[in-house]
Design a protein around this ligand. Structure first.
Ligand SMILES: [Zn+2]
Length: 193
């Protein structure tokens, strides 16, 4: 691959059509090529290889890489780190039959965070990746659903009991007791003044 010819373009894909950023022509051919790149810094830096789509304009001959190449490199980094790729995270959520909002509520992850993982804007750390992995087993998803249902029931029960106890406090001897307490309180304030 001639490095001088190669340019990176982020906006070359419109819909499914690849457009040449130099001449604007749509007759762009794609070949898969291996690209080596470094990941990490200092002594932690490693060389990774990704299979990226190289675009060649058949009209003007311009060669370029676009966001699909970036996605391929992002996937190579995820493989290197041993975590799920953005596509895998999205597939997992969809296999659970959940929207991002529903998935966020069930897992208590941030909805925006899930979006970033799925778009490849952020890589989930190893611990979050373990959680995602566990959710690929339906029984674990079921456990979270049960926990959520129990938590909703507990909140409803607590709110119901609070309403009942307020009601009880205002009836019969509770009301009488409260009046006595209020009188004592006023008396105490009077003495203190
Ligand atoms: Zn062109």
């Amino acid at each position: 691959m001639n490095r001088d010819e190669l340019r990176r373009q982020s906006a070359a894909i419109v819909g499914d059509t690849v457009i040449c950023p130099t001449c604007g022509d749509e007759s762009v051919n794609t070949t898969i090529t291996q690209e080596q790149f470094s990941y990490g810094e200092g002594s932690n830096a490693v060389k990774l290889v990704a299979k990226v789509p190289l675009r060649t304009c058949s009209k003007c001959g311009f060669k370029f890489l676009d966001s699909d190449a970036e996605d391929a490199k992002h996937e190579a980094i995820c493989r290197h780190l041993g975590v799920m790729t953005p596509r895998e995270v999205q597939s997992l959520r969809e296999a659970c039959g959940l929207s991002r909002t529903e998935f966020a509520r069930l897992t208590r992850l941030g909805e925006a965070t899930i979006g970033r993982w799925e778009r490849g804007a952020l890589i989930q750390n190893a611990a979050y990746d373990q959680l995602l992995h566990l959710l690929s087993f339906p029984e674990n998803l079921r456990r979270l659903r049960e926990r959520e249902a129990a938590s909703v029931a507990a909140v409803t029960r607590a709110s119901h009991e609070a309403t009942e106890s307020r009601f009880r406090a205002l009836t019969g001897e509770h009301l009488e007791m409260r009046k006595r307490q209020q009188r004592r309180f006023r008396l105490f304030r009077g003495e203190a003044a």
